[in-house]
Design a protein around this ligand. Structure first.
Ligand code: AMP
Ligand code: GLY
Length: 423
């Protein structure tokens, strides 16, 4: 069969690699893909912001299955349009994707279904928000309602800071466009866990849990990024806790969406804070996480395509997932300056030597290819990933491989997974 993957980052490189491992797959096409993805899949250009252009690629390629990586095409209704045309697509409808695209919708949904999350207020004007802020204690979290590429969440240490954040979001000063709805949220503390489940609209089956590292700097300092690394270990959550999260959060959300006639089929990413009062949802995403997917999929031993097809066909309950025991780690190499301004077009060396380290896969997030030479083409450039029987082994392999790679201005965190090793 022929599979089309939409997207062009490290997550899509990991998806393409796992899809290619399926004996049922004869061809993988990626739109738009990137320099590294093009090594194993045919890449075709597309504007991910343009529903018409995405549908054009689908019509031209006529894939047996389309897998949507990023949230933007989902928010445009790509899955809805494809379903209407009788085409098989892995990814939720526009309405179901609102669990990610509107934080106000997600918070109200969780409240209706008693899914644990931080206390909150949704406010539709600056005045209303400043009034509601009186009811919260600092630190407090201020969030834009819609998609904001990770820039819409402000952790405010004082009420004064929160007032500025509210004013900045409503005026448009902070994100460039004026928000019409802002969420004020209780500040939670604990370890964060990314708990991803596949769903066919009825059943939820968990993937191995992962932890992301969102801040640019070591010790979780500095501004938020798209993710500087991720790891998985068998010891991150014990069986009892996984079971609790599955039944009280993930399956409950899938049941709730079905009951409200907006069934959720695809990947439901539950971003959790493990608080003293138990796991609470920070956010839902309607897609695979990036860079979590790069760490999760190398541990999947069973056929990913079979699982994705089971989701599309509503028969996930029959599907079994097998995982390689142990751990994995993905360390991101970024361009100097990221998440701020950076330059591109720098030659990358050492990729072949890096791939010689046992258990290592180098996923390309932002690269282009000029003949046989890879060049940097984004803020996040590579995700150097390794599996191992322990997290220590996986990290040692990933960092060994990383040490063999170089490009001008290459920056990476040296402490991915460090908290787990220390405990
Ligand atoms: P979100 O996009 O909602 O996941 O927020 C991005 C990041 O902000 C999360 O991964 C957390 O690190 C942090 N965050 C969001 N909400 C809260 C909260 N209520 N309390 C503490 N940290 C939060
Ligand atoms: N790693 C965070 C995300 O994919 O949203």
């Amino acid at each position: 069969m022929k599979v089309l993957v939409i997207g062009g980052g490290g997550r899509e490189h990991a998806l393409c690699a796992a899809i290619r491992r399926s004996p049922r797959v004869s061809e993988v096409v990626c739109a738009p893909g990137n320099g590294g993805i093009a090594q194993g899949a045919r890449c075709v250009p597309v504007s991910q912001k343009d529903l018409g252009d995405l549908l054009r690629v689908v019509a031209e390629e006529r894939p047996d299955l389309t897998v949507v990586g990023p949230e933007l095409p989902l928010s445009l209704g790509l899955a809805d349009e494809m379903q209407r045309r009788g085409l098989r697509v892995f990814g939720p409808t526009r309405e179901a994707a609102m669990l990610e695209t509107s934080k106000a919708y997600a918070k109200r949904f969780m409240q209706r279904h008693m899914i644990p999350t931080a206390n909150y207020a949704v406010c539709c004007s600056k005045e209303e928000a400043l009034g509601a802020l009186e009811l919260f204690h600092a630190p407090v979290v201020i969030k834009a309602d819609g998609l904001a590429a990770g820039k819409g969440v402000l952790i405010c240490e004082s009420k004064d800071e929160a007032q500025h954040a509210i004013a900045g979001l409503f005026s448009g000063q902070l994100l460039g466009t004026a928000e019409t709805s802002v969420i004020i949220e209780e500040h939670l503390t604990g370890e964060e866990v990314s708990f991803l489940v596949l769903s066919d609209g009825k059943h939820a089956v968990p993937l191995v849990p992962a932890q992301d590292h969102k801040r640019i700097g070591e010790g979780d300092r500095g501004p938020n990024t798209g993710g500087m690394g991720a790891y998985t270990t068998d010891s991150m959550l014990d069986a009892k806790m996984s079971e609790w999260i599955l039944s009280h959060i993930a399956q409950k959300a899938v049941d709730g969406m079905a009951a409200e006639e907006t069934p959720f089929a695809g990947v439901l990413y539950c971003g959790l804070m493990m608080t003293a009062k138990g796991p609470m949802v920070l956010e839902f995403n309607a897609r695979f996480g990036d860079p979590e997917t790069q760490a999760i999929l190398p541990r999947l031993e069973s056929d990913l395509v079979e699982a994705l097809e089971a989701c599309v066909e509503g028969r996930l309950s029959e599907t079994e997932f097998r995982w390689k025991p142990g751990a994995s780690a993905c360390v991101v190499a970024a361009s100097e300056g990221y998440p701020g301004a950076y330059t591109v077009g720098h030659p990358i060396t050492g990729l072949e030597r890096a791939a010689e380290v046992p258990g290592v896969e180098v996923y390309h997030a932002g690269t282009s290819a000029d003949g046989g030479q890879f060049l940097t083409a984004g803020g996040r450039v590579l995700g150097v990933t390794a599996t191992g029987s322990t997290l220590r082994d996986a990290l040692a392999s990933a960092y060994d491989a990383m040490g063999r790679i170089s490009f001008a201005g290459m920056a990476y965190r040296r402490d991915i997974g460090w908290k787990a090793l220390g405990s």
